[in-house]
Design a protein around this ligand. Structure first.
Ligand SMILES: Cc1cc2nc3c(=O)[nH]c(=O)nc-3n(C[C@H](O)[C@H](O)[C@H](O)COP(=O)(O)OP(=O)(O)OC[C@H]3O[C@@H](n4cnc5c(N)ncnc54)[C@H](O)[C@@H]3O)c2cc1C
Length: 292
């Protein structure tokens, strides 16, 4: 199908994009990679009077690398993320997750920024953003602000980024200690959205105590969520198989999956969360140099 007609704006600067969004009185939407928005327009599930294409704004395409953090511009594509040594060396979890998004065609255009703003309850980036406690930088008519990963998602396809704001970048701070991470995703077929996805980032000190635990779940709640009780099962403790199993079980209890005819029952998904969390934690602990 063809989309309904819409106005198309292609600003060259962030200021111009913010101004256009502000003057549209809620009628305009940002167009990033278009991997989610264009199918919605073509199937006429949504109709949008004005699209503001931010693809020509150079400052949104940058990967920032400081001593303490890496910042990924909102127009950096999944493909660029997958192939960035800066990102992959400092945050192997981000590189691992990037390889699970759709297929090469989708990754060539889709962006982490677009995926987070789209807020699909099954989006892979959401789980990673939560596990790493990322920060979203947004710019709007009242200036810039930061949104932490725990307040970013507000429900299915809904975030705390205001309709007049643009997500400009996502920042990930380094985590001290010996770190390890893993993403475990179950999908029906290659390139599919997750039936269940579990992203894990941990850190241990020289005595083996857990000094950081981040666990993000996707496809098992109204939006990607933190497995906070599971994290508590790990934090401050020496990581053993027993507390990994307790944490995985806790994760499976604190999500809220639904029965669905394509991907299985809620009970099945809870079971998968347990399995995936356990697998991801074992991999992460081993990567960090822990002994199980
Ligand atoms: C065949 C196919 C398979 C896929 N498989 C997966 C998968 O396995 N896992 C997965 O997680 N995703 C998957 N996706 C979705 C993919 O990750 C999309 O790229 C992503 O959801 C949207 O990113 P985008 O840059 O294309 O954003 P767009 O489609 O351009 O925008 C999406 C929404 O976010 C808003 N938006 C975008 N950027 C900004 C910004 N900077 N500031 C404010 N609002 C913004 C837009 O207005 C729109 O509402 C798949 C998509 C397709 C088509």
């Amino acid at each position: 199908m063809y989309p309904g007609s819409f106005d198309y704006q292609r600003p060259q600067t962030l200021q111009e994009a913010v101004r256009l969004l502000g003057t549209s009185q809620g009628d305009a939407r940002i167009l990033a990679g278009g991997m989610s928005l264009i199918p919605l327009l073509k199937s006429r599930l949504v109709s949008i009077p004005t699209l503001i294409d931010i693809g020509r704004i150079d400052e949104l395409r940058k990967i920032g690398n400081t001593e303490k953090s890496v910042t990924i511009g909102s127009m950096v594509t999944d493909h660029e993320i997958e192939n960035s040594r800066i990102i992959g060396d400092r945050f192997p979890l981000i590189r691992e997750v990037s390889r699970w998004i759709g297929d090469p065609q989708v990754r060539n255009r889709g962006t982490m920024g677009g995926s987070l703003c789209h807020a699909d309850p099954s989006g892979d980036w959401g789980a990673c953003f939560i596990a790493l406690r990322g920060k979203a930088h947004v710019e709007g008519p009242n200036g810039s602000r930061e949104i932490d990963s725990d307040s970013f998602f507000t429900g299915p396809f809904s975030t705390s980024v205001d309709i007049s704001e643009i997500l400009t970048a996502i920042e990930f701070h380094d985590i001290d200690g010996m770190v390890g991470s893993a993403y475990e995703k179950i999908e029906r077929k290659a390139g599919d959205f997750a039936t269940v996805g579990v992203a894990v980032q941990i850190s241990i000190d020289e005595k083996g105590n857990c000094t950081y635990a981040g666990i993000g779940l996707t496809s098992v709640s109204a939006s990607p969520v933190r497995a906070a009780k599971a994290e508590k099962e790990l934090y401050g403790k020496v990581l053993t198989m027993r507390n990994i199993e307790s944490a995985a079980l806790a994760a499976s209890h604190e999500c809220d999956p639904t029965d669905d005819p394509l991907r299985g029952s809620a009970d099945f998904k809870r079971y998968l969360v347990n399995v995936c969390a356990k697998r991801a934690l074992i991999r992460a602990v081993k990567e960090a140099g822990g002994v199980l």
